[in-house]
Design a protein around this ligand. Structure first.
Ligand SMILES: *Cc1c(COP(=O)(O)O)cnc(C)c1O
Length: 411
């Protein structure tokens, strides 16, 4: 990413009309990012560590640093380097439970990292090897035992990581016995809309702490806090829980489970960056109830593959198109085919768009800041990589699918 200033527009519609882009264009909104960081911070009383895997673009990391974020959850040498470049003095938490020995060495030696996560004794042995070789006092290092949890998330992660309670108790005792500081960590998944997931994880953490009987230096409640996405007309969907209310509830549970005396960490990703980016895509072809666009699941839109995240969209009609058929006030579902030549590249949910959508129009897809840029591939020769800066937030309440058909017709 060049360090020159990005072209700047008031709205994404302005960018589309001025640039008339044939390639996808990302609209970055630093002001929205700063607002969402502030919202999280005002609702959370512990330390916030931004989860870099959600969006590790240098531009985004720099904006986070400018907004005062000074702690980052990192998982790989490339993420250590990206954060160091954007925020030279920030604290790094290396929360990947399974790490290469050489990466552990780099973390401790090259980056001064002193906080790591694990869920197995062999990982303790790896870390201890490096600590001994470097002659570090284990008391300067905090090892977080990642707990296995159950819960309802758009993405479940405990299938892959986490120690079961009995195993976690053994790990905590072993780590404390060596002289490390011990923390407890969990990560209940992503886009978690049910506070019960945190409640259950906290119950496990409290039980492990009680049974282990050693001092706990920190509790890390992971990420998973939900961002706002679209909705589909006619579908009853519960409104996404309010972040402040959810955090209030979680922190109430933290206190109830007896963790008030323990430093608290959260690792939000999605809820911090989702709103900060949208992408303007072009309709390359409209064919009946389908639209073929210049982006897709191998590009910016893979996060929607589970079908559980409806992306909010807004049609930006090409004013140069004189003739149109279809009613612009009638919102219809269109199947969305991506840019590549394979049949996997079809979105699992339709876009709800005016019936009048046509070849050459643009569509702004909102709230794609999380798990989009980092997951795009060069497959088939397509790689969206154009950025502009936009001042105004994507208006999710005015998105094409956001209204009931009757409301849309009346606007
Ligand atoms: C991915 C991840 C996060 C961020 O999750 P979000 O759902 O984006 O908030 C936080 N912690 C860990 C350990 C993760 O793997």
């Amino acid at each position: 990413m060049p360090q020159t200033a990005l072209p700047r527009f008031a709205t994404a519609a302005d960018a589309a009309m001025r640039l008339r882009p044939d390639q996808p264009v990302y609209c970055f909104r630093p002001a929205v990012l700063a607002a969402d960081i502030a919202a999280f911070r005002s609702a959370f009383r512990g330390k916030m560590a931004y989860a870099v895997k959600t969006n590790g673009e240098p531009m985004v990391l720099s904006a986070l640093a400018r907004a005062g974020v000074d702690c980052f959850d990192v998982a790989s040498p490339a993420e250590f380097a990206a954060v160091r470049a954007a925020a030279p003095h920030a604290e790094l938490l290396y929360m990947h439970p399974v790490k290469a020995l050489s990466d552990i060495r780099l973390a401790l030696e090259g980056y001064g990292i002193r906080t790591l996560a694990l869920d197995h004794e062999d990982e303790v042995a790896k870390i201890l090897r490096v600590v001994r070789a470097m002659d570090i006092d284990p008391g300067e290092v905090t090892l977080y035992v990642r707990l296995a949890t159950k819960g309802e998330a758009a993405y479940e992660l405990s299938k892959k990581f986490g120690a079961a309670p009995g195993h976690a108790v053994e790990l905590v005792q072993r780590i404390a016995g060596i002289g490390f500081q011990v923390g407890l960590a969990f990560h209940v998944g992503s886009q978690v809309e049910d506070p019960d997931a945190y409640d259950q994880a906290l119950a496990i953490a409290a039980a492990v702490r009680r049974r282990a009987g050693v001092a706990i230096a920190g509790l890390d409640i992971g990420g998973g806090f939900p961002a706002r996405y679209g909705r589909e007309p006619g579908r009853k969907t519960a409104p996404a829980p309010d972040l402040a209310a959810l955090l209030e509830e979680i922190q109430g549970e933290v206190a109830e489970f007896g963790f008030s005396d323990v430093p608290l960490i959260a690792e939000p990703g999605r809820v911090i960056v989702a709103r900060a980016l949208s992408v303007i895509v072009r309709v390359l072809l409209k064919k009946g109830q389908r639209v073929y666009i210049n982006d897709g699941v191998w590009g910016s839109l893979s996060d929607s593959w589970t079908g559980r995240i409806p992306l909010p969209v807004q049609l930006l009609p090409d004013p140069a198109r004189r003739r149109r058929s279809g009613n612009p006030a009638k919102i219809e579902p269109f199947r969305v085919c991506g840019a590549t030549c394979d049949s996997v590249d079809i979105l699992s949910r339709p876009f709800w768009l005016p019936e009048s959508v046509d070849t050459g129009d643009w569509i702004e897809i909102g709230h794609i800041g999380a798990y989009s840029l980092g997951l795009r591939t060069h497959f088939n020769g397509f790689y969206p990589d154009t950025f502009v800066e936009v001042d105004e937030a994507f208006d999710i309440d005015a998105a094409d699918g956001a209204m009931e058909p009757a409301q849309a017709a009346a606007r």
